[in-house]
Design a protein around this ligand. Structure first.
Ligand SMILES: C[S@@+](CC[C@H](N)C(=O)[O-])C[C@H]1O[C@@H](n2cnc3c(N)ncnc32)[C@H](O)[C@@H]1O
Length: 279
């Protein structure tokens, strides 16, 4: 069987399984199995594949056909400048979260050694990207899930970036002093999760996706740990802009605003804990 035939078979199976991007996913998977880049794959399409390579590729195709996220099958995923290890223990880092990091870097610009807290770090994506792109930042990352912290630890070791990792439940409040608190908290309701794609509904950890109290809890507790004029940056669900902006204003954050992701939807909310607000 040629690589082109195997690729066509995978694309067909993915399309039938209802996957939105069958061609791209098939190319990623086959390239990865064969140790090629996606462009190298295009140059090898007429190559006859040994039965063993076909078998390996088909095993991965079968996993994706069951709607397992591509990132879990590949075991890694790109986030900003980093390639992070990901598996079923953590949420797959999303492009909209890259915008969250962008907003944090904007607030940290010019501050030599800011203290940063990432609440609900998962794979460590936000914390590690900030440590990578703002050298000098003292980043602490917390999560309630010991499984997630293990992945974050592996990513810290794998990237060589220093981040302090600790198990902490945000429902117990936050401690320490920080110039910036950032979080991509769970914000999907129990009803809504059942309507989402199988990749999210059936594969990603519920502890990472489902939650209706985390945004408010974090916004409230961040006030106890933010330095004067420190910033809170939160990822928010599409459609929650008004509610979260109102919440932050009620909690007396200043300069509250929301920013759009790459698709133009407001997915990041932020506010400054002003000097005049010290409690
Ligand atoms: C949406 S995921 C975000 C993961 C990562 N920061 C990212 O953006 O890819 C939310 C994370 O919050 C963690 N989490 C859920 N409930 C928590 C709690 N009560 N306290 C601390 N972390 C919590 C989950 O384990 C999960 O890793």
């Amino acid at each position: 069987m040629t690589l082109a035939e195997l690729l066509a078979e995978a694309v067909e199976r993915f399309a039938r399984a209802g996957i939105d991007t069958p061609q791209v996913d098939a190319e990623f998977l086959l390239a990865d199995t064969l140790g090629l880049t996606r462009s190298e794959l295009q140059l090898e399409l007429r190559t006859e594949l040994p039965a063993e390579a076909c078998g390996r590729a088909r095993a991965l195709v079968a996993r994706r056909e069951r709607r397992e996220p591509l990132a879990y099958i590949l075991g890694k995923w790109g986030f900003r400048r980093l390639t992070l290890k990901v598996d079923r223990r953590v949420l797959v880092p999303r492009p909209e979260t890259e915008v969250v990091v962008e907003r944090c870097l904007e607030h940290l610009r010019g501050v030599e050694s800011p203290a940063v807290l990432d609440v609900g770090t998962g794979s460590g994506a936000i914390a590690l990207a900030i440590a990578d792109e703002h050298p000098g930042a003292q980043v602490t990352a917390i999560d309630v899930s010991e499984d997630a912290l293990e992945v974050a630890r592996e990513n810290a070791a794998g990237t060589g970036l220093e981040v302090e990792l600790a198990r902490c439940d945000v429902r117990d409040g936050l401690t320490g002093r920080y110039d910036l608190v950032v979080s991509n908290p769970p914000y999907v309701s129990l009803e809504e999760i059942e309507t989402l794609e199988p990749e999210v509904r059936d594969w990603e950890p519920r502890i990472a996706t489902v939650g209706d109290e985390h945004t408010e809890l974090i916004a409230r507790s961040a006030r106890d740990v933010l330095e004067p004029d420190g910033w809170l940056v939160l990822e928010i669900a599409a459609g929650r802009r008004e509610a979260v902006v109102r919440l932050l204003r009620e909690l007396r954050y200043e300069r509250v605003q929301a920013s759009p992701d790459l698709a133009g939807r407001d997915r990041v909310a932020e506010g400054r804990w002003g000097t005049s607000n010290r409690r």
